[in-house]
Design a protein. Sequence first.
Length: 155
Amino acid sequence: MTDRKRPDPKLAALREHRTLNPHPERATDELFRQSEFFDARDLLQVKYELVRRVEVDKAAVADAAKAFGLSRPSFYEAREAFARGGLTGLLPVKRGPREAHKLTPDVMTFIEKQRALDRLLVPATIVPLVKKRFGVDVHPRSIERALRRLEKKRR
C-alpha cells in the first residue's frame, strides 16, 4: 500500500492568497526555528516580523533583511505598505489593469449605439469603428467580454 501525504491546508491557503514564500529556506532567523507558530512559508508573516524586528527591536535593516530571507528594498516596501494599510497592506496586490481602461464608458456607449443601429454587427467589425472614433486599439474578444458584462448587469 502506498503512503500518500495528506495535502497541507495551510500551504493551499497560502498559495490561494498568493502569500506563499517562494524561498522559505532563506528565512534563517531564530523565530522560525524556535516555534511552529512562526512559519517561514508565510510571506505575510515573514514581512511583518521583519518590519517589527527593525522598528521595535531596532535591528539593522541589512542584518534583519538577510535573517528573514528578504532584500533591503523588500524591507522598505513592506514598511511603507504596513504604515499605509496595516497587515492588509502587506498582502500582495493583484497585478495588471484594475478595470477596462480602453473600453471606457464613452467607448461602450458608442459600441452600444452602433449595435443598436445594426444588431448583426460583430465585435470584429466594431474594432475599426472604435479605432477611427477614439484612436484606441481594442481586441474583438475584449468587446465580447464587455458586452457580456453589460448584459449581465441588465438582468
